[in-house]
Design a protein around this ligand. Structure first.
Ligand code: FE2
Length: 168
């Protein structure tokens, strides 16, 4: 009887672990590369030293992730194909613009990342499905640790820097 087990990553379903991994490595590489791009553009124009300093690490991590994911993709015989969707390019213009303050940008990111574990569920779910390729699994799980650290910096910086809410 053929196996009916399937694997899922984001909204895609795959017949094998390896197919899921190849797709994930390419898609996630793409996401991370774009994050490094817009965070780098923000860092280049940021005015608050405490934001600039954190962005150095967060942006550096995203760049490293993109490189590690691409290297593993190539090792497994894949080639980078995924491209950043056109509509996300507006974010690059926003974060790289001096017209918006660091606080406005931090708020935008912090609001989106309110529930870090929910944001990272795509990754934790994928890792939980990997049984055979322990190499990729641990690559992803150590990247996951980095992502948690980055999200932590964003939420704690916003908690510290946000304008005091009016007390009722
Ligand atoms: Fe990331």
């Amino acid at each position: 009887m053929p196996s009916t087990k399937t694997y899922t990553y984001k909204d895609q379903t795959f017949a094998s672990e390896q197919e899921m991994i190849l797709y994930l490595l390419d898609e996630y590489r793409c996401v991370e590369g774009f994050a490094a791009q817009y965070l780098g553009a923000w860092k280049a124009v940021s005015q608050m030293p405490c934001v600039t300093g954190g962005l150095r690490t967060v942006c550096g991590r995203e760049q490293l992730h993109a490189e590690l994911l691409e290297a593993r993709l190539r090792e497994l015989g894949g080639t980078p194909q995924c491209e950043v969707p056109q509509e996300r390019l507006a974010e690059l213009a926003y974060y790289g613009s001096q017209e918006y303050s660091d606080l406005a940008k931090l708020e935008k990111v912090a609001v989106r990342l309110k529930d870090p574990e929910k944001i990272l569920a795509f990754l934790t779910d994928a890792i939980a499905q990997i049984e055979d390729d322990e190499d990729t699994r641990e690559l992803l799980s150590t990247i996951l640790d980095d992502e948690r650290a980055s999200l932590q910096w964003i939420t704690s910086s916003w908690a510290l820097l946000q304008p005091q809410a009016a007390t009722s």
